[in-house]
Design a protein around this ligand. Structure first.
Ligand SMILES: [Zn+2]
Length: 620
């Protein structure tokens, strides 16, 4: 179904691949023995049709949705090749650790590859469940785009485990599941979830012709207890997505949902599913709506924005070709605007939770993120593939701000569409135009900056190119609150924190003394130029004392309050490497936490933006 989109064989990258001419158009067989999942040890067998001579095999490096060359190559172990029962030697490429070379002996038509995949760091496997992204276990021959390579995948599950996936099944019997032959790009796009404790929940709205379900596996039976209210809100989410985009681009849709404290927590988008992972007890805790609305809604929006409409330079024909990430403020930023918006429209979030979420991201991108004065939004997108960057200093490095600042950028776009059209047009019109069209299953329609601008101009004529360039290249320290203000709200700071739960966690004391410090005293961020930073504190240090007492976070809060009424600095004792220093924080502004308040001089556009679009009757 998918069409070629880019020139397929940049010579510089595929020099070696061109040595292999015209592989037989035969299916590659990929069998994953997952019966040792509790030991985090998968055994893989790949049978590949080959011709004699040099053969180059790749392990996927640039993973769609991850935007960086992060394929887990170090977990590929136990590699052996065989042909007609005899071992065939292999060598890793001298310049690229993801590439392997073998010399296929004369007369050989099929090469057997056997290897293991180690589920290290517990990222995807526990004693009770496994989420398998097929790129982790696939090798593929160089010289053919992923959409032209056919795979027949089989998995052997631990005894008694159930599974869910958008991958069409050919045959399932006992613990063996054989999937229908499928192209490599769709296989990599169709993870499976399996577990001892497993439940599938139908969330197809009434009248919706396309099937939607949540496929959940958890570390306990109890953790699968999704409340009727959450099930209803998730069904609303599906219905609201139909209203927003007016089209779907999948055959059916699966929310693959892992609930465990022993897997990495993140979400990865796919065309016909998403792989979302949250702590074990999320569904049975008080913040289920906030958590699901924060993650599952975002990943679901990606089916339209990111998978179907994808920046042309992020669309590569196979996984060794580097991606260019300059349009991530569209790919992720717009998704990050639509995700919370639909979480609120569907009832996963309350309007107040939506307001406070927007306040928290707007505040985090203001003077407490001075990195914005040297690094414009555009560079956070372009710099995404940069290695490292996880060791604190977020306020100065910036990291992946194209998500949050992209969210605020698209809110501003939405408010300008509304303002310029006198309330006749909105982001919904843009989505219908940009993400709509016939449902041809999982296809990709690429776009460039100019095409994005062109579609915005079709909705409402405006200097969209100028608007975007200014915001993408700005180095102003002020919070990007244009959209919030256009929408009739204001970002303010109050002495008490908003009761916000979910994805963003505690902002600590970033907006007062300039410190993000945990209950254990570890400083994860110290705002460059803030009172705490000027007193000598930075990321990675540990606060052990506050005004002469052993550190507890409450004592620091008390000290910030008390300092408002006197001239004495707050005295913090900090550990720097193995040395102890006193840092005198000269701050007297009292506690400050971000809030969103109404500006009565303007109409309330924000609540119009998050108002449900589906009929009240359909929500019952
Ligand atoms: Zn995303």
């Amino acid at each position: 179904m998918k069409k070629s989109r880019l020139p397929l064989f940049p010579v510089a990258i595929l020099g070696l691949a061109l040595l292999v001419t015209g592989l037989p158009a035969e299916t590659i067989s990929l069998t994953v023995d997952a019966t040792k999942t509790p030991q985090k040890f998968l055994s893989v067998q790949l049978v590949l049709p080959v011709k004699p001579g040099p053969l180059t095999l790749y392990y996927p490096k640039w993973i769609p949705g991850e935007h960086s060359p992060g394929g887990p190559i170090a977990n590929l172990t136990g590699l052996h090749f065989e042909a007609d029962g005899k071992p065939v030697p292999w060598q890793r490429d001298l310049l690229d650790v993801f590439t392997f070379h073998v010399d296929v002996p004369a007369g050989v038509t099929h090469l057997d590859a056997k290897y293991n995949y180690i589920e290290s760091a517990g990222a995807s496997a526990t004693d009770k469940l496994l989420i398998l992204e097929w790129n982790e276990v696939a090798l593929y021959p160089a010289g053919t785009p992923a959409e032209k390579l056919m795979y027949q995948a089989t998995i052997l599950l631990p005894e008694g485990w159930k599974f869910g996936s958008s991958l069409p099944v050919e045959n399932a019997s006992g613990n063996k599941v054989e999937f229908k032959p499928i192209s490599l790009d769709l296989l990599v796009d169709s993870p499976i979830i399996t577990g001892q404790y497993y439940r599938a929940v139908d969330i197809t709205p009434s009248g919706e012709p396309i099937h939607h379900e949540i496929d959940m596996a958890a570390d306990s039976e109890e953790a699968l207890n999704m409340s009727p209210a959450i099930q209803k809100a998730m069904t609303n989410l599906v219905a609201e997505s139909g209203k927003l985009f007016g089209a779907r681009h999948y055959r059916d849709y699966h929310f693959i949902f892992g609930l465990s404290d022993h897997v990495a927590h993140f979400g990865l988008e796919h065309h016909e599913s998403n792989d979302s992972r949250l702590p074990e007890r999320v569904l049975i805790g008080p913040d289920a709506g906030m958590s699901l609305g924060g993650l599952l809604s975002h990943e679901f929006m990606h089916s339209w924005n990111g998978k179907f409409r994808r920046p042309a330079d992020l669309t590569v024909p196979y996984y060794e070709q580097p991606m260019e990430t300059d349009l991530l403020w569209g790919y992720e930023g717009l998704t990050d605007y639509l995700g919370p918006m639909l979480a609120a429209r569907s009832g996963l979030w309350t309007p107040d939770q939506y307001h406070q979420y927007m306040a928290s991201i707007a505040a985090s991108l203001g003077p407490a993120r001075p990195g914005r004065t040297w690094r414009p939004l555009l560079d956070t997108a372009i710099g995404e593939p940069m290695p490292g960057g996880r060791g604190g200093w977020l306020n100065w490095r910036r990291g992946t701000d194209y998500y949050d600042e992209g969210n605020l950028l698209w809110l501003e776009v939405d408010t300008v569409l509304r303002r310029e059209s006198k309330g006749q047009k909105s982001i919904d019109d843009f989505c219908q135009l940009f993400h709509g069209g016939a449902n041809n299953g999982p296809e990709v329609k690429t776009y460039t900056f100019d095409q994005l601008v062109q579609t915005l101009n079709q909705v409402v004529p405006y200097d969209w190119a100028g608007f975007l360039h200014e915001r993408l290249n700005s180095t102003s320290p002020q919070s990007p609150t244009g959209g919030i203000e256009n929408a009739g709200w204001k970002l303010t700071y109050e002495p008490e924190p908003a009761k916000l739960s979910g994805r963003r966690g505690n902002t600590g004391d970033m907006y007062s003394i300039g410190l993000q410090v945990g209950d254990d005293g570890m400083v994860s961020d110290a705002v460059v130029g803030s009172p705490a930073f000027e007193a000598g504190i930075s990321s990675g240090m540990k606060v052990i004392g506050v005004n002469g007492r052993v550190y507890r976070h409450e004592l620091l809060e008390d000290a910030i309050k008390a300092a408002k009424d006197n001239a004495k600095p707050i005295s913090l004792m900090v550990v720097i490497d193995e040395y102890i220093q006193t840092a005198n924080v000269d701050y007297h502004g009292g506690p400050r936490f971000p809030h969103l308040v109404r500006d009565d001089a303007k109409p309330d556009m924000l609540d119009e933006i998050i108002k449900p679009r589906i009929e009240a009757a359909a929500k019952q």
